[in-house]
Design a protein around this ligand. Sequence first.
Ligand SMILES: Nc1ncnc2c1ncn2[C@@H]1O[C@H](COP(=O)(O)OP(=O)(O)OP(=O)(O)O)[C@@H](O)[C@H]1O
Length: 242
Amino acid sequence: MTDSTSITLSPADQQPEVIAEPPLLQLRNRSLHYGNQTVLCDISLTIRAGEKVALVGPSGAGKSSLLVVLHELAPALTALCPQNGGLVEVLSVYQNMFMGGLQRYGTLASLWNLVRPLPSAVAELESLAARLGLDEKLWNSVDRLSGGQRQRVTIGRALFRRQPLLLADEPVSALDPLQATSLLTYLLEQHQTAVVSLHNRQLALELFDRVVVMHNGKILHDGPSAELSPEQLDELYRYQES
Ligand SMILES: Nc1ncnc2c1ncn2[C@@H]1O[C@H](COP(=O)(O)OP(=O)(O)OP(=O)(O)O)[C@@H](O)[C@H]1O
């Protein structure tokens, strides 16, 4: 009979087993062209549930294009926060944010709530508007808002979708630094998984656990933010192909 107390474990056996989440989004050698311009070149990227990924890189690097391609992989799971907002100018903040929840409410309830808001929807959106500093503006039309206020409506619409995956394109670029940090933190808390493009490298390193740097339609770097210094990230940002 074997004496179990005499079994010695090898170092590998003593390591806790790390079980990776299955891929939530996966691209393999994906390219994207506009006419004869290649905007994404042979991109391979895996996003796993639970990851918070910052997408950085100079203007025109392909970040928005990559978000579009990722969105096509799982539209029903995604809360999308596009750079241009896609807001309906003549509708109110309430109506624009409510449109994020159309999928959850169904056609009839959605139409009803857009025309004659029911108390439950109003209460939910009042609370969301207060969190976004828009409580005074809930019934104003979007065409009367500042750039930062409009950006917060776009964030509100994405939050109201209540989906596990956030794909956001520079969601806080028009906000002051304190508000940007606070709302980006909140957006990340409210979504299990997130891929967010941003130019603020400090926020990328502080709030995200993985940083993907793009340059010229390609992924130049992909790794944990904890292993990247601000100087290294600046260097990657300034990368010039020789
Ligand atoms: N609809 C389009 N038609 C033609 N070219 C496009 C289109 N959208 C983007 N591009 C081109 O694709 C390239 C990548 O653009 P993209 O918007 O993905 O970059 P980005 O990294 O998000 O830039 P930014 O930081 O300025 O938002 C750019 O050269 C841009 O001109």
